[in-house]
Design a protein around this ligand. Structure first.
Ligand code: FMN
Length: 361
């Protein structure tokens, strides 16, 4: 239970962090979609560890193998299974964790729920599980591209250091120019310094990722329980270390009046209806309104820090935990492609749901 997502573009991820491999099965991808397989690998490369000094130094090639559902680069309409084998799993780094619960990680809750857990690497609570999502998200992004939809995410804030980024203009090329994945060069330099400092201190920091989906037509989203923002919020909150999500003006709207917040309608030059501002973040009544869909996603500081911390073992005996292993002092740079992938999965699902109503758009 809980490993599948989406109604019509349905993905199921499988695999543990230190098992033989992990991956995803996509059921419901339409047939005859020409896939750029190199693009799937490129997205996985953006997520993998070891890309820079700012992230975990685990050495994983994250080479994707497509086992089914694709023939000569074209989807068959049958389940697409993608496998990523684990290569650099060092289980001995987790000897300490086998006795002690890592504070603010998932060791205690997995034990409480299942009574058994794959200790090494955190099993499925590890962000390694998201490799399958990123592979599926790359397929979803290619499906969405045929409908004129594109998605860009970037690191907008690290430990209170905020970037100034124009979400109308930012491109993926702007984002990937530096290791922190922030298109504001001044803020990026300060963020990198902050993460380096945290790493030297054996500590960690969190922050905010912002994402914009452009080209989403008016009409996607299924009231009332599958509202577009409800499904997006679920998708974002399912990413490890995410603790908050805002759509449009989000919490800032609580400090505005209606006259300050309302998005006024107008007729665009092409004759379609638009809004002059986009504080609604592209969604009203759970349905896209044709403006860019915007979200801000809050990530907590990495739970595993290289400092001794008081905790307890499985029997409740007090102990001190000093973790070993390779951890991300800040998860945000690697989370950028994960956010894009999860937004793509939601939008691809809602594109197919709207098409299933017999309304093309
Ligand atoms: C890209 C990415 C990398 C992560 N790397 C680590 C890590 O190296 N060490 C760690 O303790 N947590 C890491 N996390 C977060 C944990 O997986 C997460 O905090 C843990 O599963 C508990 O879940 P929760 O924080 O959502 O409650 C990472 C998360 C993401 C998105």
């Amino acid at each position: 239970m809980g490993s599948s997502f989406g109604a019509l573009f349905c993905v199921t991820t499988f695999g543990e962090s230190h098992g033989p491999g992990l991956g995803v099965v996509i059921d419901g991808c339409p047939p005859r979609l020409a896939l750029d397989l190199a693009q799937i690998q490129a997205e996985l490369d953006r997520r993998r560890p070891g890309q820079s000094r700012l992230v975990s130094q685990r050495k994983e090639a994250d080479q994707v193998e497509i086992l089914s559902g694709v023939l000569d680069g074209v989807t068959l309409g049958t389940p697409i299974a993608m496998l990523i084998r684990n290569a650099d799993a060092r289980s001995k780094d987790y000897d300490e964790v086998s006795r002690a619960y890592r504070p603010s990680h998932a060791d205690y809750t997995y034990d409480a729920k299942y009574g058994i857990r794959a200790i090494a690497g955190g099993g499925r609570s590890s962000a390694r599980e998201t490799a399958g999502r990123v592979a599926a998200g790359a397929v979803a992004q290619q499906l969405l591209a045929t409908r004129g939809v594109s998605i860009v995410a970037w690191v907008d804030e690290v430990h209170g250091i905020a970037a100034a980024v124009d979400d109308a203009k930012v491109t993926r090329a702007d984002v990937d120019v530096n290791d922190i994945r922030c298109p504001d060069p001044v803020a990026a330099a300060a963020m990198i310094e902050r993460v380096e400092q945290a790493r030297k201190d054996g500590d960690s920091v969190g922050g905010v990722i912002r994402v914009v989906a452009r080209g989403v037509p008016a009409g996607w989203g299924e009231p009332v329980f599958d509202k577009l923002e409800a499904d997006l919020a679920k998708a974002m909150m399912s990413i490890p270390a995410v603790k908050g999500v805002e759509n449009g003006a989000g919490f800032a709207a609580t400090r505005m009046t209606g006259s300050e917040h309302n998005d006024l309608f107008h007729r665009r030059d092409d004759g379609t209806i638009g809004t002059r501002t986009n504080r609604s973040g592209g969604i009203q009544g759970g349905i896209s309104n044709g403006e860019p869909v915007t979200l801000r996603i809050a990530f907590k500081p990495t739970a595993t820090i290289m400092r001794p911390q008081d905790t307890v073992d499985r029997d409740g005996n007090p102990t001190v935990l000093t973790p070993k292993g390779r951890h991300d002092p800040c998860v945000l740079p690697r989370a950028v492609p994960i956010v894009e992938a999860m937004v793509a999965l939601v939008l691809a699902d809602h594109a197919l749901r709207q098409a299933a109503r017999g309304i093309v758009g």
